[in-house]
Design a protein around this ligand. Sequence first.
Ligand code: DGP
Length: 114
Amino acid sequence: MPNCIFCDIIQRKMSAKIVFEDSYSLAFEDINPKAPTHILIIPKRHIESVNAMTEEDELALGRLFLVARDLAQERKINRSGFRTVINTGHNAGQSVFHVHLHLLGGRPMAWPPG
Ligand code: DGP
């Protein structure tokens, strides 16, 4: 998708600290981390947001959580706990319109979010 920074990262037109890749997904460090671990996990197919999901995306989006599980284990935050977040639309603060799962951990987190 033109003008999508996350598609540019997938295509290596833009640099990022990539930590995992498979045929469905890519994971990389967030540029502006909000916790000691802050990784973004994205589907390789361009999907704007949860609002734009279709049944076809079921497998690719389910995969994001398996990648989060594995990265949480790798970073040793699986026992202490971690947060997985997908922001959708303006009120949730979505700023990049290519679905991404935030994996946050390494510190205690408050609830409800601000
Ligand atoms: P959201 O607000 O849920 O749409 O989160 C977008 C996240 O993307 C935000 O935490 C910052 C991150 N981000 C934006 N641009 C870039 C970039 O060019 N590289 C990386 N690594 N992260 C980015």
